[in-house]
Design a protein around this ligand. Structure first.
Ligand code: PMP
Length: 287
């Protein structure tokens, strides 16, 4: 079965799906995106993802390409047409197609909308969570507006490639003062020796992950002590547990940082409990 993409009003086989070479997403990374989990034939937390998409667009002064309701219809259709029952749906919106000029084109230029869907292997993900992952740390060399979910992901790609070359699955960015900001495509968490769940405040330096937001609710429901504050690499290495979160990885235990084993070198109990409890606090919309 060929994969189907939605491009500006049409559902097309990937081989025929394309945007213009003058699209500003291609020319300038002048575009934003969202990724929603699809689980057991339902979209997970579409409302929160659409809120963040609207915010990213507003911050960049790109107009909403269609209503939230219409966006959700296309997201569900794209997943359905690709027979994705477990995986992710990707939404990209660029400022549209215009002759190359750094300044914005005329307000009449319509945004470009692309959606794709990709299945993922649940069993493989669960096996990975039982093993945990290794992370490395890299200097955070991104711009300040990482709160916007922009497709300008070059530092993130370089960081992920560095992780891959080091035999790790994720790279944690570290700011100029030695504090961990977030992963290249995930938020970073630790559990301290005395049992506090710690993740950086989303006020500055990170993307406010939807999985992060929902997990903070889950943690409260489970009666965990939560501290939204920054932590250093040294504190993370000395922690009882560490893990990452994202819509695609969910809660994924971290068992080593730069080669240093975390806790007993195995996935932590808190991380695994949060992974199991996560979907109890999500909004779910059938495809
Ligand atoms: N930080 C970055 C840099 C990301 O790319 C992502 C994944 N989109 C996240 C955090 C996690 O966000 P979410 O939980 O919404 O997937």
């Amino acid at each position: 079965m060929s994969r189907i993409a939605y491009v500006n009003g049409r559902y097309l086989p990937h081989a025929n799906a394309a945007v213009s070479i003058e699209d500003r997403g291609f020319q300038f990374a002048d575009a934003v995106y969202e990724v929603c989990e699809i689980r057991d034939g339902e979209v997970i937390d579409p409302g929160l993802h659409l809120d963040r998409l609207e915010r990213s667009l507003r911050e960049l002064r790109i107009r909403m390409p269609m209503s939230r309701t219409a966006l959700l219809v296309v997201m569900r259709q794209t997943a359905k047409r690709n027979r994705v029952r477990n995986g992710g749906v990707y939404v990209q919106v660029s400022r549209g197609e215009a002759h190359r000029d750094h300044a914005f084109p005329d307000a009449s230029v319509p945004p470009t909308v692309v959606m794709t869907a990709k299945p993922h292997d649940r069993a493989k993900a669960e096996a990975q969570a039982e093993k945990g992952i290794a992370v490395i740390t890299v200097p955070d060399n991104r711009w300040e507006r990482v709160d916007i979910k922009s497709v300008g992901l070059l530092p993130n790609c370089l960081a992920k490639q560095a992780a891959k070359e080091a035999g790790a699955k994720e790279a944690w960015f570290v700011d100029g003062t030695g504090l961990v900001t977030e992963g290249s495509s995930t938020n970073a968490w630790i559990v301290t020796r005395d049992g506090a769940l710690v993740t950086r405040s989303a006020e500055f330096g990170i993307l406010r992950g939807i999985t992060r937001t929902v997990l903070l609710e889950v943690a409260k429901r489970l009666g965990l002590r939560v501290e939204e504050r920054s932590f250093t690499v040294a504190e993370a290495k000395a922690a009882k547990e560490a893990f990452i979160t994202a819509a695609t990885t969910l809660v994924m235990p971290v068992v080593s940082i730069d080669g240093t084993a975390i806790g007993n070198g195995h996935p932590g109990e808190t991380a695994l409990a949060l992974r199991r409890a996560f979907h109890g606090s999500t909004e779910r919309v059938p495809l």
